[in-house]
Write a protein that binds this ligand. Sequence first.
Ligand code: PEP
Ligand code: MG
Length: 594
Amino acid sequence: MNAASNSDLELRGLAVSLGITRGPAYVLREEGMHFPAHSITPSQVDHEIERLDRAFEETIRQIEQLISKQAAGEKQLVDEIVDFHHMLAKDIPRYTGERTKKLIRENLMYAETAFHKTLQDLIGVLGRSVVSRDEDVADIGQQILRNLTGKDLADFEDIEEPVILIAEDLSPSLTARLPRDKVLAFATTRGSRTSHTAIMARALEIPAVVGLPSLVDQVKEGVHVIVDGDRGRVIVNPSERAVLWYDRRKEASEKRAEDQLRYRTLPGETTDGFILELKANIELPEEVEAILAYGGDGIGLYRTEFLFMNRSDLPTEEEQFTAYRAVVESMAPKPVTIRTLDIGGDKFLTSFSAPKEMNPFMGWRAIRFCLEQPEIFGAQLRAILRASHYGNLSIMFPMIAEVRELRLALVALENAKTELRERGIPFNEEVEIGAMIEVPSAALVMEGLAPLVDFFSIGTNDLVQYTMAADRGNERTAYLYDPLHPGVLKLIQNVVEVAHAAGKKVSVCGEMAAEIEFTLLLVGMRLDELSMSPIAIPAVKRLIRSISLLESVPIADDALSMTEPEMIRDYLNEKTRHVAPWTVELFDSEEIPA
Ligand code: PEP
Ligand code: MG
């Protein structure tokens, strides 16, 4: 943390989605609850008091329900805790009720804002007593708050003017629901560049900064905030000087982005005529427009799970077919690679209650889930196959860890084809099939995988986390999470070598593909295709058009002979600046002049 001037509080985090913007803070607290800071009108007072009383009653009722459900003979300890919570659910309203209502009446506060305040006061007092039970009070207080704010967290309906969303964390499904016209940017305590929340921010083209410790404590509701998604900064309560400086930077970066659009119609061709296909990753069908605007050569990764999220039922085969067909048709004749469902990890379905796992990223995820859910998998495969009739479509399987798994996925695909043939429904019999390489074991058994599919796509977001044993969404282990670790690079090198020997193309569709600091290396490592957020395509294309394959190969060889990520990073940065001096301004982060 650092003060840029007396009135500015500058917080430094990780830039995960480009753009600079400013506006009032809208703070989600306590796992997604919002406590409005603005006042209610006097005519709303009775309604707010009623809401408070209802939340108190609902909490007591929920605990009584729990008591009545408890099986006879359950452990004594559990009984005692539940009884104690029952007592608290009655006591907390006694201690806080009148004071909360006074705040509602006299200070015209919303019920949740007022109760949150009196609850904090109560916890503060209890924390000073000898036999402190403040944790239990916080626990039940939380339940009351949840009953007050509603269980379906933040629907953003109360946002009047566009805001900057501040939160501890956001789930990918909540991020997918962010209303673009109401949320200008977001900043969170947790997260990383490759968390699906960050990926969604880029898809929505909303600037975002994550990994900001103590953010929620330092940003008050309604305060003016600047989010600099280019450099990973959040300025709280900015001075006029800071506002001016950032407005100028915003203008310059928008101008730069606009200038780069001139590469839209040009291919990703090196100066010596080697062409890399530059495709887009999409999460939502609406992004097709952006791909065309930014000059993508097609879709290299369509993450279909977002079609399954934020809904109480599963999409039918028909519904999926309609969505996939629309994407394929609107991209035609450009190619579209549809990835089968990658659920689990940090993406969950409300319509399917999967068991809680200790390590969801290492658990029942993606192809592992699909192979055990033949109905869900079959319906998706049939829908994708049917869409293949309407454009240039290929299919790929996520999270393949071993040869057997890929064989089973191919059997499921064959079954889907047989069913369609029997139903007389047309599909492309020659549809190309790919496997994602995201698990180190797969990168090491390429000889077994290569004969089974037509292409490979390296998911570096996962490959890095599994190689380094460092959760991709955890800011604490972010120092280990590095695509430039020689262990990761050697795996990528093996994938390319074995795939090419078998005459198969290889793409990178993880976030590594989107960063210009890696472009020279990926070109030199002979990747055939890169797939990234649409917004990232112009800069990567511009860089590819500034370099030659001939100079990139020895640079990549040199990088691969190094043993430490930092050495590789410095070396690549220097080489990139040298071959493409215009990149300097993107690497260097300018500061507000003193
Ligand atoms: C990856 O892991 O790199 C990838 C592209 O898939 P996802 O980010 O959806 O896990
Ligand atoms: Mg992945």
